[in-house]
Design a protein around this ligand. Structure first.
Ligand code: ACG
Length: 478
């Protein structure tokens, strides 16, 4: 299991109100205590943007988060606790303030070739693949290709010297001690057709690029971990995941959340049997990056319209599936936050350590618009309180931690009976029946004595067992 950590909002180690590496290091016991095996660090490289995805120097970290010495210390402390740390690396684009881009604007080689400048007025008609946004930005009279907006001109990997440059970046961060990378925007390396002048994904060229980057890393550090971010349908996610080893399963996140929010088990059952089937069967070429939410999405409780029982059920379904689970910081507290196109970024709010919103380590860079002090959502209010959301969330994590075999298991069958989803999964030496009740009434189930409750309740009446409303349980059949 991996924890997706947004350092700016996590823990402030130097009292400036902004989360940093020193603060995050102080909280490593907290993180290890959740039972995770690793941390996905959202971008920490030098960047003027709060999100960090537009980099100004690929060889240094944002001074607001600390320095290289502090990073090394953070990594060493994480490793001492057996936690892996992967770095989110956005190499599809840079900030327009990156020196490379400024020199490119001056026409200096090789930098000029490292970005895509307008060669044909017709290209201005090109629109972004999925939402029709414009993709060219005028920088003082020079048009550059900017798929993610004016704050991030795209790098142009037609230039082979840029491939070499990026390999040096990868070598550097591996030598600092990272265990691998979450590669941002993996399907966007080649996503504009120069021949046609339109936005068009060139998946085979992207894959060739990532093959070369990942084998470069493996030649330095054979056990490197790579996770691909490809937000697309199952077939495309598949293509890339096979190269990286772990691929975020976006289709699963969407189908699982809608099945539960709509209390419609059939939706997930169909999806697991069809589109998602290939990532859970025995002969698969990668591990599914299981997740429900990330920094680009509404938080879990918000996507369940505030229903915390549905959120916990979603977590228990996710953590019963084969693959490598990821969860976003603050989800363990049940923090809220709606993602919307107006960039108020509620889902990035400070992790709420204290009930009154103040105290050592609390970050304050952003207002607590959704997760108010005195609302009972803080760590302080929930820690060690029986039945709090946090304690129940932890119990679900504990279930997964004590069943590590699920990671490599295979889904043998998926069935539905009324509101129940029934999974048969098999690992190397263990098999299990896993039941999730998406209904609001308890339901009679066939479970023997060795039942592990994942979430909710299992009760007995006469000779029958009942799985509670919105509850999950597993029976291991050695
Ligand atoms: C990553 C990061 C994100 C970051 C960038 C840029 C990339 O996580 O935080 O933005 O560095 C697209 C990209 C992703 C990108 C997201 C935000 N995420 O592909 O790499 O945008 C469709 C498209 C997807 C698209 C998605 C969301 O196909 O490509 O993701 O919509 O907009 C079904 C379909 C599926 C469809 C979905 C949703 O599942 O199968 O195809 O996805 O429905 O409709 C950051 C900042 C930005 C800043 C940038 C520089 O957040 O504000 O501009 O950095």
């Amino acid at each position: 299991m991996f924890y997706e950590l947004y350092i700016r909002s996590f823990c402030d180690g130097n009292g400036d109100g902004i989360g940093d590496l020193v603060g995050a290091e102080q909280k490593l016991d907290y993180l290890a205590g959740l039972g995770i095996e690793g941390i996905w660090l959202l971008p920490i490289l030098q960047s003027p943007a709060y999100h960090g995805y537009s980099v100004t120097d690929f060889f240094s970290i944002n001074p607001i988060y600390g320095n290289l010495k502090e990073l090394r210390s953070f990594l060493a402390s994480a490793h001492r606790r057996d936690l892996k740390v992967i770095l989110d690396l956005p190499i599809n684009h840079t900030s327009p303030s990156h020196e490379w881009f400024l020199r490119a604007l001056d026409g200096e080689r090789p930098y000029r070739d490292w970005y895509l400048f307008l060669q044909n007025e017709d290209w201005l008609k090109a629109r972004r693949h999925w939402d029709g946004e414009k993709v060219w930005t005028n920088y003082s009279g020079q048009w550059a290709y900017t798929l993610f907006g004016p704050g991030s001109p795209d790098l142009n990997y037609e230039s082979t010297s840029l491939w070499q440059q990026m390999k040096e970046v990868l070598t550097f961060w591996l030598s600092v001690g990272f265990d691998g990378f979450r590669f941002d925007a993996a399907k966007h390396i080649f996503d504009f057709s120069i021949e046609k002048g339109i936005c068009e994904y060139q998946h085979s060229r992207n894959i060739a690029f990532w093959k070369e980057m990942t084998s470069h890393c493996r030649s330095i550090s054979p056990d490197s971990i790579f996770v691909s971010e490809v937000w697309d349908d199952a077939r495309i996610v598949d293509l890339y995941s096979a190269i990286f080893g772990i691929g975020f399963n976006f289709p699963l996140a969407e189908d699982l959340k809608s099945a539960i929010a709509k209390k419609d088990p059939e939706l997930l059952v169909i999806s697991l049997k069809t589109d998602l089937n290939r990532c859970f069967r025995a002969k698969r070429s990668y591990e599914s990056g299981l997740f429900l939410t990330n920094h680009d999405m509404s938080r879990l409780v918000s996507s369940m319209n505030g229903d915390r029982e549905l959120s916990l059920l979603s977590m228990s379904v996710m953590l019963s599936l084969p693959g490598v689970p990821f969860f976003y910081y603050g989800e363990e507290l049940g923090m809220e936050g709606v993602y919307n196109m107006y960039f108020n970024e509620e889902q990035l709010e400070p992790f709420l350590w204290y009930e009154n919103g103040y105290g050592p380590g609390q970050t304050e860079w952003k207002a607590l618009g959704k997760n108010h002090p005195h609302s009972g959502v803080s760590y302080e209010a929930q820690e060690a309180v029986d039945d709090s959301y946090y304690m129940r969330f932890r119990a679900i994590l504990e279930f997964r931690k004590s069943n590590p075999w699920l990671r490599f298991a295979t889904i043998k069958s998926v069935k539905r009976k009324e509101t129940l989803i029934m999974l048969k999964v098999a690992g190397e030496s263990k098999s299990a029946n896993i039941l999730h009740n998406l209904g609001t009434k308890k339901i009679a189930v066939d479970l023997n004595a060795d039942v592990q409750v994942i979430n909710g309740t299992v009760s007995r009446y006469r000779n029958k067992r009942y799985l509670g409303a919105l509850a999950s349980a597993m029976e291991v059949t050695e």
